[in-house]
Design a protein around this ligand. Sequence first.
Ligand SMILES: Cc1cc2nc3c(=O)[nH]c(=O)nc-3n(C[C@H](O)[C@H](O)[C@H](O)COP(=O)(O)OP(=O)(O)OC[C@H]3O[C@@H](n4cnc5c(N)ncnc54)[C@H](O)[C@@H]3O)c2cc1C
Length: 245
Amino acid sequence: ATGSNPLGYRWAKALGHTIETPVPSLFTFNIPDSRLQDLAGVSVKQVCLKLPDAGKTLKEQTGPLLITHWGLSGPAVLKLSAWGARVLRENNYQMPLLVNWLPDYNPDRLRKLLLDVKSQLPRRFITTSCPIPIPKRLWVSLVTSVGVGAQNRWAELSKKTVHQLVQELTQGRYLIQGKGVFKEEFVTCGGISLKEVNFKTMESRQCPGLYFAGEILDIDGITGGFNFQSAWTTGWLGGQGIGNS
Ligand SMILES: Cc1cc2nc3c(=O)[nH]c(=O)nc-3n(C[C@H](O)[C@H](O)[C@H](O)COP(=O)(O)OP(=O)(O)OC[C@H]3O[C@@H](n4cnc5c(N)ncnc54)[C@H](O)[C@@H]3O)c2cc1C
């Protein structure tokens, strides 16, 4: 039960175990991007995040999102970092990220809503009348990114800009350029291969009399206490196993 300390992996390897390469999991994303600048602290209740270059097996993740002064954090990001821990590492933490700020709206519904506002409230300024449930400051930043100025009214919104805005709101493209600073990640993905451990007792199948528990094993969970639970459960099983041996 040495956690993710490299010495534990070395001992286990020397005793005949296979170590699935340990990589960090549950980390935040560094995204230097003008759209996120000055928005540190802004949170959105529900977004959908996707790594478009990660292949089809990696599912998109939804959940709350927090904009930080270095990029993006919050449950949706942490979950994506857990499921994408290996592919992100393989790409040196440099990958495109698609952000859907409005997963409950499909693009056609959103386009119609924006066009309705344009026809019903043509004299209103775009930046100060946000018709969708996202924080006002985020709205201003996103409409600014598609070329809307503080003096532009809804009547002036062209079809092309509506299209760009729908894209920006439902498929905003960002570039991950690193993970949160070293040592901030919460858990390690990888460790002792599970095939080599008897899960009834946590005894090694390679080296009888040796028991494992916790993060040294190739188990990692998403946020929500699952890593603690895994450490406690395997610790309890291992203790019982040792006591009964
Ligand atoms: C900042 C942070 C936040 C986290 N938040 C959560 C959370 O909210 N929910 C959740 O489920 N999980 C969370 N985790 C993960 C969770 O803490 C770990 O998964 C869990 O503690 C693993 O338990 P463990 O006993 O296997 O290892 P550890 O808790 O890492 O304990 C290993 C112990 O072994 C000792 N050790 C290592 N090598 C040696 C040696 N050679 N000789 C003697 N002693 C040694 C270490 O000093 C350490 O005390 C978080 C982790 C971090 C870093």
